[in-house]
Design a protein around this ligand. Structure first.
Ligand SMILES: [Zn+2]
Length: 175
């Protein structure tokens, strides 16, 4: 007996405690979607197939985007937003942007690891003495972004003037 694509789709997931239909079989394509074979040459995305079966109408040019944490791994039609390609792209751009800000923070923190306690102390000395970020960066051989993260106190809390230099750091403040 040969199963239809829809039957294969319905047999391919397990329902978890969040009501997610977690796909257990193959993922493919650039978006790593759950797919089933319609025949020997053609595959269709499971989420679309199930959505159409559930809603009794074709999606046509509309696209489905994941709304639960499982993303593409969940094929529950109730866990998808239906939208058009233009909005899908907007959402994708927004996501890419968020990822990029994350990467920038990550890179800044990573480059800051090049700062050893001696350099951090020197950086603060120069800063409290009124030196410009550009000059401090040049002297220590680090990026300006590294220094601005340092001085804004987002990381290296243990190396801040209060922790590291104690009253010395405060005493250097100009009145
Ligand atoms: Zn889900």
């Amino acid at each position: 007996m040969t199963l239809t694509a829809l039957e294969k789709a319905r047999a391919g997931y397990v329902v978890d405690e969040d009501g997610c239909w977690v796909w257990q079989r193959g993922f493919s394509g650039a978006a790593k979607q759950a797919m089933v074979w319609v025949n020997t040459t053609q595959r269709v995305p499971v989420a679309r197939l199930l959505w159409e079966a559930e809603n009794g109408k074709p999606l046509g040019r509309m696209v489905l985007i994941p709304k639960c944490d499982h993303g593409q791994a969940c094929v529950n039609p109730a866990h998808k937003w239906m939208t058009n390609r233009a909005s899908q792209q907007k959402i994708a751009m927004k996501k890419a942007h968020q990822n990029r800000s994350y990467m920038q923070t990550y890179m800044a923190k990573k480059s800051q690891m090049k700062l050893d306690p001696e350099k951090v102390k020197r950086a603060w000395d120069l800063r409290l003495g009124g030196s410009k970020l550009k000059d401090i960066a040049e002297e220590l051989g680090v990026c300006i972004s590294t220094l601005s993260v340092l001085f804004s106190g987002k990381t290296h809390k243990h190396l801040s003037p209060l922790g590291f230099l104690g009253s010395f750091g405060l005493g250097q403040k100009k009145v």
